[in-house]
Design a protein around this ligand. Structure first.
Ligand code: PGA
Length: 261
């Protein structure tokens, strides 16, 4: 990251975890690690994304730490109304949530979030003033057939029509090759850097903010591989699943990225 002015992001995606008792323990542990003030807001943005029913509780408990609370998803419907089970960007904003993941591969694959739906989610989240962590990534099949770059760049282009020029500063990209998520397999730092550089090139063709947009890597990030990933010039942080459920591991990953400043 040397030479880059981008402040890295390290975000823990808790997915559909953990039970209350374990969440309480995790929050207590996070508070201990992250109030040591070794990671300043200028050296790294830190966030955790709990399940939606825990967002307000987690936010309240972490308000005296540098950790931001991030929603894992948002409705494709804006505003308020008769949409059972949905949580809109306006409702997130109204509850003090300022950050949201959109387009995670689990949403795309398991819950049928198409490119069109993802685009609507990004548009509404930005209109409500939220910062969007937009997830992209190819499947193993797509990588093996040589389509990885094309797939990922298309996912970036998918949102280009709904992001206004000034809204790119509210976008963070998370590149998560699907075959590396939860599998223990990580893209090599070289492969990840190559893709991140392509993404930055693609972004730069769409917006003059391209060089300032944080591009996070996700997919089995652990303390053991974080330092190497953090050393790559276009890897500006991590979206961490499994390892974020352990406060010590998550803290070590955050340190690896914060140290690269
Ligand atoms: P993982 O998940 O770190 O467990 O691979 C990453 C993610 O899906 O965000």
């Amino acid at each position: 990251m040397s030479g880059s002015t981008i402040i890295p992001w390290v975000v823990g995606n808790w997915k559909m975890n953990p039970l209350q008792a374990n969440a309480q323990q995790l929050i207590q542990d996070l508070k201990q690690y992250f109030t040591q003030e070794q990671i300043s807001a200028q050296s790294c943005h830190i966030g955790v994304a709990p399940v939606s029913i825990a967002l307000l509780n987690v936010r309240a408990q972490l308000c005296d730490t540098p950790i931001k609370t991030v929603a894992q998803d948002v409705s494709r419907i804006a505003g308020l109304g008769a949409y059972t089970g949905e949580v809109s960007a306006e409702l997130l904003k109204d509850s003090g949530i300022q950050f949201v993941l959109v387009g995670h591969s689990e949403r795309r694959e398991i819950f049928a979030d198409t490119a069109e739906i993802v685009k609507q989610k990004v548009q509404h989240a930005l209109s409500a003033g939220l910062t969007v962590i937009y997830c992209v990534g190819e499947s193993l099949e797509q990588r093996e057939s040589g389509q990885a770059e094309q797939v990922v760049l298309q996912q970036i282009c998918d949102i280009a029509t709904v992001v206004q020029a000034e809204q790119w500063q509210k976008i963070v990209i998370a590149y998560e090759p699907i075959w590396a998520i939860g599998t223990g397999k990580t893209a090599s730092p070289e492969d990840a850097q190559t893709m991140h550089a392509k993404i930055r090139e693609g972004l730069s063709q769409i917006t003059d903010q391209g060089k300032n947009i944080a591009i996070l890597y996700g997919g089995s990030v652990k303390p053991e591989n974080a330092v190497e990933l953090a050393a790559c010039p276009d890897i500006n942080g991590a979206l961490v699943g499994g390892a974020s459920l352990n406060a010590e591991s998550f803290y070590q990953i955050a340190q690896a990225f914060a140290k690269t400043q």
